[in-house]
Each structure stands twice: as structure tokens, then as C-alpha cells.
Design a protein around this ligand. Structure first.
Ligand code: F6P
Length: 515
């Protein structure tokens, strides 16, 4: 690949198109409801062959098998990685012998029963009023998934049901919701794998105080439900024993939307829609397990990522969806990719010898055009782009979506072709030759959303296999948490700062002074 890169970097995308008339057919791939057009990349048939060879040599096929059979591939935490089991059918036999896997379908049925009872009013608030406002309290994977998917699936919200979320520790989200919501109709869903996370527990306690103040202590058991693996902590909080939904240690936080962490989403869109989301994830799982390396969509996306990152030196990648309902999808992928691939030590404890995870960023299409596309067209950096493009509008007049489509196609064309003419002033020149993928699908349905999420999950996994890192741990978030816990009592004025960081000491003094 390194040698081949020397050849390829001298050729422009336009030249690659001119040389091969069948390029658009050759460099497109379908999986489930998704079509990936990767023709506008610095690749040819040899590149694809070499990609597949690298994937095989790095052991990607064996790694996929290890994941789906429940091997403890998250080695630094000694855990299996089985979010795919959450969306499998029992007949798929995904790691059925791993403790907990056989309980997956029972938890889904319990969720369904609970959700139906909330919708019918059989389960109601403490004053017997229907529960219509669902507030997800969580952070990281326990927030981004439900928030992103609830926005993406806005047309599927059940009549009268509304989704809200509280994640940040500063308390402003809850403060605003308290002004807006009727406590009698509000159901808080506390989502936390550990049920110890500072932000989530702080917000959950504040929400409980509000319910106690407005409806009395006994109302807590009617207005709180939880998704967690920590039963003792749920007991201590006062969660009604019938209002608890468990999951397992083989579900990583950023992969947990498919588990009971999806409860708040499912409460708003209904279990039928949630199951369609799971079915979409399963379609991508099957493709990932069955397709050969050179026709495997997650593998190809991963190899393209590696190509630009490790060969062309790109540091960032932009995710640009042309449906505003996917506006939180880039943020969701940020956690998925940057928490998974932000590693500099390999699984064997040795330092990596190449760059790992790229910086992921993005924004919904046209908004982004009027904001940062200038840098994509004329900046100095190489930024590979993924365009996500639905053909049909998800609930608006099609004429609007047609304009979104025109803009998306125009941008990928302009990024590739650029613009130059004799005597054109230099600042008007668009150099072009910028690579992009276009992921096209008919409409943003629960199934397509499930496929998109699983596509990127597996892409991240494959990249990690090639680099030899553990994509499923997140030790890098621990230190900051520890320092913050120690500083909390200092900021609260309960004790003096004993740390040695001069800047922190000075800032604490400034904060004290301005109080
Ligand atoms: O930020 C680190 C992290 O562990 C994420 O991986 C996770 O999604 C988030 O915190 C929330 O954790 P929990 O669900 O245990 O509250």
C-alpha cells in the first residue's frame, strides 16, 4: 500500500474518472438499504485489492468471528463485545452461551410491556395522569444515542409523547425543563450503565428533589425508571423494582442504544419502531459477517479512513448529513469513533507506530455549507468527507429534499472537480481533488438509521483491528473524572486545594474572588 500510495498521490480524481469509464459502477456498493458511492476517492482496483489484503493479513475476518462468538476482545477490560447480540434473532445464535445473552429477548419483552402500559395509561404518574413527557437523564453513550435517534425518528413519535434530555452537570437543562414540564406527566429515565456517573447522578438527584417537592416522596416510584447494570445503586436511589431494565457488561456505553438504554427512545417512538431500528442494525451485522473483504461496506469505509489517515496524512474527517433530522449524528459518531480509536497504546501494551483515530466533526448539510465548507473548498487541509443523503424527505415537502439533494451532489462534485480558468484571480480558484463518500438511502426510516449506526460501529472496529488497539475501552476519560471529584469539594469551599498545579490554584483564587 505504501508503494501504491506513491503512484496514486500523483493522480487526480478527475484523471481516475477519465481513465476508467466504468468507475462509477466499479466503486459503488450496496448493503441493505444503503448504497455507498466511493468513486470520488483516490483509489483504483489495485487499491481495493490491497485494502482487502491488508484486512486479511491484519486478521479482520478472524476478529469479526471472535466478536460474534463472544470472545473477550475488549482485552484491557476482560470483556466480550456483544452489542450485535442485542439486535440479533435468537436463531442467529450470536454468542448464546455468554452469560446474559439469552436474557436479551426477555428484557425486550419487559420493555414492550412497560411501554405499552405507559401508552395505554395503565402505568401512570402518582396522580393518575398519563405520562407523556419522557426525560432521559444520562451522559455519553447513555445520552447521545437516545438523543440522536429521537431526533432522527421524529416522525415516529407517538401522539402526545415527547422526548427531552438532561446530560450536562451544570444543571441548566433540568432548570429549563422544570419551567416547561408538568411533573404529574413527567417520567424520568435514568440511564447509566454504572449508576455512579457524577453528571447523571447529580441530575437524577436534582430531578428527584423536584418530584418530591411537587408531588411528595411517594411519587418517586411512579416517576423514575432506570436502565443500568448496577442493581444495588438502583435500590439505593429508590427505583421501583418493576421499573428497572438491565443490561450486561458486554454492552459498551457508546454501543448501548440497542439495549435498555434505548428505553427513553422506545417510550416515545413505541416498541414497534424500536424493534425496526434493531432490525436495521441486524441487517448490517449480517452483511458485515458475510460479505467478502472487498465488498464489505464497514471494511471498505474503515480502509478508506486508514488510507487518508495513515497514508495521506489527513487528521480529520467530516460527517455531513443532508437531512436535518440527523443533525446529532456527527456528535454521536464523535463519541463512537473518538472514544473507541483515541488510543496510542496497542493491545499488547506497546506504543502504536502510526496515527490512530481521526478527529470527527460535522453538521447537517446546508447549515454546514454556510459555515465551514469554505475550508473544505479552499483551505490547506485534506478533509475526507462522508455525505449522508436520503432520497425521500422524512416528513416535509419533497421539493425541499430535492433542493437538499441538489446541494449535496453539487458539493461532492465541486469538491472533486474544483474550478479554475485562465486569468482567474487566485483567490477564486477552487483546487478540487477533495475525496468524499456518498451514502445514499431511500428514506430515513428506523431500519436505515439502524444500518447507518451499525455501519459506523463496525467501521471503527475494523480500524482498531488494523491498528492493533482495543477499540472498546476508554481509560482516557478516568483521570479527568478523578481530578474533578477531588476538586469538587475545593470549589464548594469545603477544603483547600492541595494539588500542585499553579494554573488551577490561580483560577480557584479568581473564582473565589468573583463570588
Ligand atoms: O465518558 C466515559 C463513559 O464511560 C462513556 O463511555 C459512557 O458512555 C459514559 O461515560 C456514561 O457512563 P454510564 O452509562 O455508566 O453513566
Amino acid at each position: 500500500l505504501r508503494q501504491h500510495h506513491q503512484d496514486m498521490r500523483g493522480r487526480t480524481l478527475k484523471q481516475l474518472f477519465a481513465r476508467d469509464k466504468s468507475r462509477v459502477e466499479k466503486f459503488a456498493l450496496e448493503a441493505g438499504n444503503l448504497t455507498l458511492d466511493y468513486s470520488k476517492n483516490h483509489v483504483n482496483s489495485s487499491t481495493r485489492r490491497l485494502f482487502a489484503r491488508l484486512a486479511r493479513e491484519a486478521g479482520v475476518p478472524a476478529a469479526i468471528e471472535a466478536m460474534f462468538t463472544g470472545d473477550p476482545i475488549n482485552r484491557t477490560e476482560g470483556r466480550a463485545v456483544l452489542h450485535s447480540a442485542l439486535r440479533s434473532k435468537i436463531s442467529d445464535q450470536v454468542a448464546l452461551e455468554t452469560p446474559g445473552v439469552k436474557e436479551v429477548w426477555e428484557v425486550l419483552s419487559n420493555m414492550e410491556e412497560f411501554i405499552d402500559a405507559v401508552h395505554s395509561g395503565e402505568i401512570s404518574g402518582s396522580t393518575s395522569r398519563r405520562l407523556t413527557d419522557i426525560v432521559n437523564i444520562g451522559i455519553g453513550g447513555s445520552d447521545l444515542g437516545p438523543v440522536m435517534a429521537s431526533r432522527a425518528l421524529r416522525p415516529y413519535w407517538k401522539a402526545d409523547m415527547r422526548f427531552h434530555s438532561v446530560s450536562n452537570v451544570d444543571g441548566t437543562q433540568l432548570a429549563d425543563l422544570k419551567n416547561e414540564l408538568d411533573p404529574e406527566r413527567t417520567l424520568f429515565v435514568i440511564c447509566s450503565k454504572t449508576f455512579t456517573t457524577l453528571e447523571t447522578m447529580t441530575n437524577a438527584r436534582a430531578a428527584r428533589d423536584w418530584i418530591v417537592e411537587t408531588l411528595g416522596h411517594s411519587a418517586v416510584e411512579n416517576h423514575f425508571v432506570a436502565a443500568s447494570t448496577n442493581h444495588d445503586a438502583m435500590n439505593a436511589f429508590g427505583i421501583n423494582s418493576k421499573y428497572r431494565f438491565g443490561f450486561w457488561d458486554w454492552v459498551g456505553g457508546r454501543y448501548s442504544l440497542w439495549s435498555a438504554v434505548g428505553l427513553s427512545l422506545a417510550l416515545v417512538v413505541g416498541m414497534d419502531t424500536f424493534r425496526r431500528l434493531l432490525a436495521g442494525g441486524r441487517i448490517m451485522d449480517r452483511h458485515f459477517c458475510q460479505a467478502p473483504m472487498d465488498e464489505n461496506m464497514p471494511v471498505l469505509l474503515a480502509m478508506l479512513g486508514i488510507w487518508y489517515n495513515n497514508f495521506f496524512g489527513a487528521e480529520t474527517q467530516a460527517i455531513l448529513p443532508y437531512d436535518n433530522r440527523l443533525e446529532r449524528f456527527p456528535a454521536y459518531l464523535q463519541q463512537l469513533q473518538m472514544e473507541s480509536s483515541g488510543k496510542s497504546v496497542r493491545m499488547d501494551g506497546k506504543p502504536v507506530r502510526c496515527d490512530t483515530g481521526m478527529i470527527i466533526w460535522g453538521e447537517a448539510g446546508n447549515n454546514a455549507q454556510h459555515s465551514f465548507y469554505q475550508l473544505l473548498h479552499q483551505g490547506t487541509r485534506l478533509v475526507p468527507v462522508d455525505f449522508l443523503l436520503p432520497v425521500r424527505s422524512s416528513g416535509a415537502d419533497q421539493s425541499h429534499q430535492d433542493l437538499a439533494i441538489a446541494n449535496c451532489l453539487a458539493q461532492s462534485e465541486a469538491l472533486m472537480d474544483g474550478f479554475d480558468e485562465d486569468d482567474l484571480e487566485p483567490h477564486r480558484v477552487h483546487p478540487g481533488n477533495n475525496p468524499s463518500n456518498t451514502i445514499l438511502f431511500e428514506e430515513l426510516t428506523p431500519e436505515t438509521l439502524g444500518q447507518l449506526i451499525a455501519l459506523y460501529e463496525h467501521k471503527v472496529f475494523v480500524e482498531g483491528v488494523i491498528w492493533g488497539i482495543d477499540s472498546f475501552d476508554q481509560w482516557g476519560v478516568e483521570l479527568g473524572k478523578k481530578v474533578a471529584t477531588a476538586l469538587a469539594s475545593v470549589v464548594a469551599g469545603e477544603r483547600r486545594y492541595k494539588g500542585g498545579n499553579g494554573s488551577t490554584r490561580k483560577n480557584l483564587a479568581r473564582i473565589r474572588k468573583s463570588r
